[in-house]
Design a protein around this ligand. Structure first.
Ligand SMILES: Nc1nc2c(ncn2[C@@H]2O[C@H](COP(=O)(O)OP(=O)(O)OP(=O)(O)O)[C@@H](O)[C@H]2O)c(=O)[nH]1
Ligand SMILES: [Mg+2]
Length: 291
């Protein structure tokens, strides 16, 4: 499958971000802790070239903590400020505010010398679709100002949100980029739900997930759905299926997703598996590790 999603509202969004960049003191870039590398948009990197940069490894509650710690070191070594975060609980929001203030301290001093006092720090919150930008902003603001939702493309325009007198956050629509040089990047983005599922073959996507998990966390699926090696062989032979669809048949049987004629419904099993992965029900799993 060719993974690609670049609807018109994203082209508009990047233009809006370029137009607003002159107002911005710092970019808070959210990436997904399960795919910290694929989750960083090169267009945002370009946009933020001359700005202070804070990287949030968001949805850290869904990622493998040991791997996330390595990513934090990795980006810190490149000179970024980095915070691991669960934006639903907002565990690290104090640290975020502190880092933004200290990153901008020099600028505040400079403003003071020029007689500009009390101008709030302006931060642009940017990142791929569905990474949690609006949730993050609401948590910092302490109120539900920005619309959130469990699918990509919820925020369509810009929205400024004030955090008291000292800080203003700009919520932006999630953006991908026109072409993935490496299709693994597209696959990882699709797996975490950053690409609209309506444009994807979710059964094929689930097969790709099984392949990745077999390589990196070989026992996870079997334990979650009580699947044995014999089950896999059985379905492989019975349906002349691939190894991955045999897994889906076994998931369907275990969850009683059975069509007429006692045929396991592998499409529904695929959706269930993806949903379980995306919501952390398979455990805390990371799909990428730093080199
Ligand atoms: N487990 C977990 N879920 C999160 C976290 N942050 C956000 N979410 C969930 O992720 C989904 C997307 O959140 P949004 O805040 O709408 O994401 P967004 O980046 O603003 O998305 P777009 O506006 O579509 O680009 C929602 O279901 C949130 O509840 C987090 O740190 N951990
Ligand atoms: Mg949003």
């Amino acid at each position: 499958m060719n993974y690609q999603w670049y609807p018109g509202h994203m082209t508009k969004a990047i233009r809006m971000m370029q137009e607003n960049i002159k107002l911005i003191d710092i970019i808070i870039e959210l990436t997904d802790a399960r795919i910290p590398s694929s989750g960083r948009n090169p267009d945002i990197d370009e946009l933020g070239r001359n700005k202070f940069r804070l990287i949030i490894l968001n949805k850290a509650d869904l990622a493998d903590p040991k791997v996330t710690a390595k990513w934090k070191e990795f980006y810190e070594a490149q000179g970024y400020f980095v915070v691991e975060m669960n934006s639903k609980t907002g565990n690290e929001q104090g640290r975020v505010k502190e880092l933004v203030q200290s990153a901008c301290a020099e600028k505040i001093e400079r403003d003071k010398k020029r007689g500009i006092v009390g101008r709030p720090i302006r931060a642009m919150v940017a990142g791929i679709p569905n990474v949690g930008k609006s949730t993050f902003i609401n948590k910092l603001a302490g109120r539900a100002s920005a619309k959130t939702g469990n699918k990509p493309g919820v925020t369509k325009g810009k929205q400024w949100i004030s955090l008291g007198k000292n800080m203003q956050l700009l919520d932006t629509p999630g953006i991908l980029w026109p072409k993935f040089e490496d299709q693994t990047v597209g696959l990882h983005l699709a797996l975490i739900g950053s690409m609209n599922d309506e444009n994807l073959d979710t059964t094929e996507l689930a097969c790709d997930l099984i392949k990745l998990l077999e390589e990196n966390y070989p026992t996870v699926i079997k334990e979650k759905y009580n699947i044995t090696d014999e089950d896999i062989h059985h379905f492989e032979e019975e349906q002349y299926a691939t190894r991955y669809s045999a897994y889906l048949s076994a998931v369907a049987r275990e969850r009683k997703l059975i069509n007429q004629g006692a045929v396991p419904d592998i499409d529904r099993a695929a959706s269930l598996l993806l949903d379980d992965f995306r919501n952390g029900r398979l455990g805390r799993l990371s799909l990428e590790r730093p080199e």
